[in-house]
Structure formats: structure tokens, C-alpha cells
Design a binder for this molecule. Structure first.
Ligand code: ATP
Length: 417
């Protein structure tokens, strides 16, 4: 007996649907057709992929293969579902379905997770692998579907997703207090259902898709326990996925000089320009390469903490030139969009004041640019200012964006402990 892996991607549009919902429906239809499902896998891919609708998700469902025609039967069930539910009228919806018996290419999964792939690359792999596959319209979904059946997780978490009908247009009815209770009862084994600091529910989307709520955690048992506290409208269906969410699997270790647009990195640097707040409350600062001292390495790299990262911006504002840090985030449009930072060491922070005149005991004033200080009463001069150490407002260690601004793939710090 073997296994069949069924990958699906690109079935939704900004107006509705969700590939993870189709994954849940697929499990139900396969079970009705006599299949035994062994794995339900939710795969997040490069968060900077240009054609993503929302969170760049694809799914892979694994079932036992018992009969010679099982592959064809599973393929036909998956294709019928896509025909029935995909949002074909949207130009950006280009579904793909792949059915195979083993991981087609773990390298392709890694590339789709951290880099960019082409439809041709996916099709070549599929042709050579003997997989059954179908792409609709421009067939872009074959990229995500091929990556999904090829996904091998070094680290993983779980998410329970509850759905309502994809045709429901009502406001979602989920009792906010019960979500806070679920988090209180199960944190740190589940996370990011709510954002206590900002008093916001994070696990109930506001987008026009069938997700009612989703709870993330370290095991199926913990997400189910958290789910048991939640009171809501009656879900149409629920599923527990194993997933690469919350694992930092998208991050590439690199140095500042070798980063490319659209990829996500872990980079060491020294703060070279302190934070300033721009229009809209977005905060930026600059770092340079911490290891090298040649001219090229002094090129500054802008790091951004956007307004939705809320209190994290105060951490960033507390950085001082000379601080040694590690930044994590995507490199897009010439800056790193921060997901978290590690403060390795803090530089001393001083404030400089004109010295006090030893004779008159009054504070001197500047004697002009680069001319030191002068007492306006007795005329005594001094070359150096009075310096005093300012206590630092931030501490060494990790600092992260709040749950409300967390990216799917980004590992919450609670998972590090
Ligand atoms: P949903 O969550 O419902 O799946 P989404 O946000 O995941 O929506 P999709 O509708 O799946 O977005 O669109 C993403 C598209 O980008 C898919 O066609 C997928 O095959 C493709 N894609 C995913 N990762 C990459 C990548 N690394 N390089 C190129 N294309 C990619």
C-alpha cells in the first residue's frame, strides 16, 4: 500500500473562496469516495509572491492508496471540486491540481517558499515525474500545487480552521470574550488568536472568504482544546492542518550585500541611523553590515516598522547608533519589512551639554562651530562638553511585532522558549 498526495492552489479571489476551504471539502469528498486521509497539510509559500491573493497558501491532502485506479479517482474528485468552486471569473485565479505518490521535488518547495518559480519550471517537473496534473487558465496554480505535494517540513505547527458557507455574506458571529478565554487557557501552547496589547481578536478574518476563525498551536490537541472554548455561529465544517506557519521557514541567512528583492532574510547589522517616523506613522532606521569595513559594506540598508506593527515601533525608536542587531523580514522596494529583531548588544548612549564654568558656576555656551565652549560672564573657555550616560529604553534580546501584524510564516517568540 502506498500514499497519494493531492496538491491544490490558486482557487480563490479577493472576492471570496479560500484554497484551505477547498482542502477541507476535498477531505470530505475523498472520504465519501472511500479514501482514508492520513495528512492534511497547509503550506505557506513566499509571502512576496506577486500574484498571491492573501496569505499565499496551498494545500496537500495525503490519502492511502489501496486500488490501482485510486490516483485517477482522487484526481477526478479534486478537479471536479475546482471546477465547482474556483473563482474563475477573477483574472488572478488560475488553479492547479497535482496528484502524485511521493514528494516531487523538495528543492522546488524550498524555492517556492523562499524565492520565485515559473509555471514552466513546475510543468517540466510534473512532466518528468509522471504525476497527474491539470492547470486552469494560465495554470499558475501549478506552482503552488507542485510545491504543496513536495513540501517537507523541518519544523511545523498546527491550525484548526472553522468555516462557514462560502456564500454567507453576514458579519461573522464569534463571541470575542470566548476567544480571549481560549487564549488565556491554552497560551503558550496556542498563540496569536488575540492581541492582548492592542485588545484585538486576530483569529477571525474580515475578508470575504469562508474562514470563520483559525487557531494556531503546537499540537492538534492544544488547538482543539482552545477551539472548545469558542462560542460562535454554527460552523459548516472544521479541519486541523499541519503547517509550516510560525516556523520562520521563509527566512534566508545572509549578509546585507547579498540580498535580493522579494526574498526574506535574517541579517546582522549595526544601527547607523536612528529611527524617524514618517507619514502614516511608519518608522524607519538604517543598518550597515556588522562584519566588514570596506566602502561597499558601509552602504546603509533601510529597515521599516510599519504603522500596523504598533508598539514594536517604540522598540525600534529605542535603537541607537552602534547597537548590534539581527533583523528578520522581507526585502521589498529597497527596505527590510521587519518581523522581529534580536538586539545583540547595546551601544552606550550619551547626551552632551556645554560644561559648567568652574568660576561662575553657570553653564557655558557654544563658542561657535568646532570652537568649543565659552563662559559668557567671565570668558573662560573649554573644549569638551559635559557628557552623561542616558539609560537605554530597550533591552538586549528578541523583540517582535504584535500578533495583529504577524505574518503567517513568522515564528512567534513564544515558540522559541
Ligand atoms: P489562498 O490563500 O486562497 O490560496 P493565496 O493568497 O494563497 O490565496 P493564490 O490565489 O494561491 O494566493 O495565488 C498565489 C499564486 O502564486 C498561485 O498561483 C501560486 O501558484 C503562485 N505562487 C506561489 N508561490 C510562488 C512563488 N514562490 N513564485 C511564483 N509563484 C508563486
Amino acid at each position: 500500500m502506498g500514499f497519494i498526495r493531492i496538491g491544490i492552489d490558486d482557487t480563490d479571489s479577493p472576492g471570496g473562496m479560500c484554497t484551505t476551504y477547498l482542502g477541507a471539502l476535498l477531505c470530505e469528498r475523498l472520504e465519501e469516495a472511500g479514501f482514508c486521509i492520513t495528512e492534511r497539510i497547509l503550506v505557506r509559500l513566499n509571502p512576496n509572491a506577486p500574484f498571491k491573493t492573501r496569505g499565499n497558501a496551498a494545500v496537500c491532502i495525503v490519502a492511502e492508496e489501496k486500488n490501482p485506479d485510486d490516483r485517477e479517482r482522487a484526481f477526478s474528485v479534486a478537479c471536479s471540486l475546482v471546477d465547482e468552486y474556483a473563482e474563475f471569473e477573477c483574472e488572478k485565479t488560475n488553479p492547479g491540481v497535482v496528484v502524485c505518490n511521493s514528494l516531487i521535488s523538495t528543492e522546488f518547495y524550498k524555492k517556492a517558499l523562499r524565492d520565485f518559480c515559473t509555471i514552466e519550471e513546475a510543468e517540466t517537473l510534473l512532466l518528468n515525474s509522471g504525476a497527474l496534473y491539470r492547470g486552469w487558465k494560465v495554470k499558475r496554480g501549478l506552482i503552488g500545487a507542485t510545491a504543496a505535494v513536495s513540501a517537507e517540513f523541518e519544523d511545523f505547527t498546527f491550525e484548526i480552521l472553522a468555516y462557514r458557507s462560502p456564500f454567507s455574506k453576514e458579519i461573522r458571529r464569534v463571541e470575542k470574550d470566548t476567544i480571549f478565554l481560549a487564549e488565556e487557557k491554552t497560551y503558550p501552547h496556542t498563540w496569536d488568536s488575540v492581541d492582548f496589547e492592542n485588545n484585538v481578536v486576530v483569529c477571525v478574518p474580515h475578508t470575504p472568504d469562508p474562514v470563520l476563525f483559525g487557531i494556531r498551536g503546537e499540537s492538534p490537541e492544544w488547538v482543539l482544546k482552545a477551539r472548545s472554548y469558542i462560542i460562535s455561529e454554527e460552523p459548516e465544517r472544521e479541519i486541523v492542518y499541519i503547517t509550516n506557519q510560525g516556523t520562520d521557514a521563509h527566512l534566508i541567512d545572509s549578509d546585507i550585500l547579498h540580498i535580493l528583492d522579494g526574498r526574506s532574510y535574517r541579517l546582522k547589522g549595526i544601527v547607523s541611523k536612528e529611527a524617524s517616523t514618517g507619514i502614516g506613522g511608519h518608522v524607519s532606521f538604517e543598518i550597515t553590515d556588522s562584519e566588514k569595513s570596506d566602502e561597499a559594506s558601509k552602504t546603509p540598508l533601510r529597515c521599516m516598522a510599519y504603522e500596523p506593527t504598533k508598539g514594536f515601533r517604540d522598540i525600534v525608536r529605542g535603537l541607537r547608533c552602534g547597537d548590534r542587531i539581527l533583523v528578520c523580514g522581507s526585502f521589498k522596494n529597497t527596505s527590510i519589512n521587519l518581523e522581529k529583531i534580536f538586539v545583540e548588544s547595546l551601544a552606550d548612549d550619551f547626551i552632551k551639554k556645554p560644561p559648567v564654568c568652574p568660576k561662575c558656576h553657570k553653564r557655558m555656551t557654544s563658542a561657535g562651530k568646532n570652537k568649543g565652549y565659552k563662559c559668557r560672564i567671565c570668558g573662560i573657555k573649554a573644549s569638551l562638553p559635559e557628557t552623561s550616560v542616558v539609560p537605554r529604553t530597550i533591552t538586549p534580546g528578541w523583540h517582535e511585532v504584535p500578533p495583529v501584524a504577524r505574518r503567517h510564516l513568522s515564528m512567534p517568540l513564544v515558540r522559541r522558549s
